[in-house]
Design a protein around this ligand. Structure first.
Ligand SMILES: C[S@@+](CC[C@H](N)C(=O)[O-])C[C@H]1O[C@@H](n2cnc3c(N)ncnc32)[C@H](O)[C@@H]1O
Length: 251
């Protein structure tokens, strides 16, 4: 990443409470330290305004993996990452993990609560919205990134058929909502208004804005990794309790 005279700006987009940000931020801060000892670094954590930033500050102060070092400063931004968040060409390195599946809003009604439970027509509307949001995110970052700056994104994805692996869990949630509607805990109108505004993109969808060269950013690498489910493989006895556990957590 570029090191100018001013502070190096690193941004963590969609940080939540920041627990999973400590290791990646340290991995970014330490090489800068190696290249320029004592050079000031500014780490911005961004999330929506209702995020628990208080816990984030505690984690930055106390977590054993914190990136907190002398001349490393923390700040937060309480605004959607679909907007531009920082001055033009100010960011050396951007990071975002497990956040970009969240769309900017609910694109439209769904037959179920999850985009895979949609009619073909609904699916098409959501697909267009997901493409628009991805392009919007990249366009905002393209303005913020300094020349030579980089953006690293880790996110859930879908295979070429659009399957993310979340479908069985969502089927349990759907069944539970149907049961709650039968039990009159939800009205049919409330049930119909529920939709999770998420979309897991295929490799082609992730690549699309770069192929059309719409944004002036270059795609350096893209890797689809099948993570499996380590807990599922490790402890078959957990399978039943996890399945049953979905019911109360859904309610
Ligand atoms: C699953 S958490 C991931 C948190 C953290 N990055 C991690 O890897 O553990 C997703 C986060 O993205 C945030 N998020 C969703 N949509 C967002 C948006 N439009 N702008 C900023 N943050 C957003 C959510 O509020 C949530 O805190």
């Amino acid at each position: 990443v570029p090191l100018d005279d001013g502070a190096v700006v690193i941004v963590d987009y969609g940080a939540s409470q920041g627990r999973n940000s400590m290791a990646p931020m340290s991995a970014a801060v330490d090489p800068v330290r190696g290249r320029r000892p004592g050079h000031p670094i500014l780490v911005f954590h961004t999330d929506l305004p209702n995020n628990d930033f208080t816990s984030l500050f505690t984690i930055v102060a106390e977590d054993p993996q914190t990136y907190r070092r002398p001349e490393v400063f923390t700040a937060v931004i309480e605004r959607s990452f679909y907007d531009r968040l920082l001055p033009s060409t100010s960011v050396a390195l951007g990071w975002s993990s497990i956040a970009l599946h969240w769309l900017e809003g609910v694109p439209g009604p769904l037959r179920g609560i999850w985009y895979a439970d949609s009619t073909a027509e609904q699916h098409a509307v959501w697909k267009v919205a997901a493409a628009r949001d991805w392009l919007q995110f990249l366009s905002s970052r393209a303005e913020e990134l300094a020349a030579g700056g980089e953006l690293v994104i880790v996110c859930g994805a879908a295979d070429a058929y659009g399957s993310s692996g979340a479908e069985p869990a969502m089927a349990i949630v759907n069944a539970e909502l149907a049961a709650m509607t039968s039990e009159r805990l939800l009205t049919p109108t409330e049930r119909e208004s529920l939709a999770i505004p998420a979309w897991y993109r295929t490799v082609d969808e992730w690549r699309a804005p770069f192929a059309a060269d719409e944004i002036g950013l270059q795609l350096v690498g893209l890797e689809l990794v099948e993570l499996g489910d380590p807990l599922w493989d490790e402890k078959p006895t957990l399978r039943l309790s996890r399945g049953l556990g979905m019911t109360p957590s859904t309610r």
